[in-house]
Write a protein that binds this ligand. Sequence first.
Ligand code: GDP
Ligand code: MG
Length: 206
Amino acid sequence: MIIFAGRSNVGKSTLVFRLTGKWVRHGKRPGVTRKPIEINWRGKTIVDLPGFGFMSGLPKKVQERVKDEIVRFIEENADEIELAVLVVDGKAAPEIIERWEKRGEIPIDVEFYQFLRELGIPTIVAVNKVDRLKNLGRTINFLAEKFGVPYSEIDETFVPISAKFGKNIDKLKVLMEKKMGEKKPSRKSEDLKDDVGDGLLDSVEG
Ligand SMILES: Nc1nc2c(ncn2[C@@H]2O[C@H](COP(=O)(O)OP(=O)(O)O)[C@@H](O)[C@H]2O)c(=O)[nH]1
Ligand SMILES: [Mg+2]
């Protein structure tokens, strides 16, 4: 399973179409995608998640519920998720992150990135809408610092793209293939191995 996550209107659905040639429900109206939409593509399940964070016209309570549903979906499917693509709007993200930090809050994009990493899910950050960006290098360095991505891992984490204009999509595909092989065995199976090991030792000592 490959999941696409991000705020509303950052271009998740446009990107899924670019990659798979399949249209998922999308539109100009933010929050159009409220439930995870799954499509099958080359033997994989691609999931276009609902947008998290602020959506104009949506009460805060509903936003919180959407966020909880996304978190639950990811936790429940963590073992099957081989890769997450976190999509950000390259132009809007730095401003939004700074605004949240000034309020003393953890920006939701940062929170989601760290949540995915804690679950051991290989994650790519697709910096979308580069057609609207003036200083790409500065944007990516800024995001890397905020997301806590070390300098040496920037190139394997961030890909500047334009989903709408089809820019750098091949580069993203190459990185996706590479990252998909990096999934570590889940906590569950590691614990199991430890238990087996303990049992063996016990019997030797006993
Ligand atoms: N300028 C620009 N607009 C884009 C790009 N990708 C998507 N969009 C536009 O952003 C809006 C939201 O896209 P959508 O895929 O529905 O976002 P989602 O809510 O994250 O699924 C649409 O009007 C898209 O045409 C891009 O690379 N550049
Ligand atoms: Mg969408």
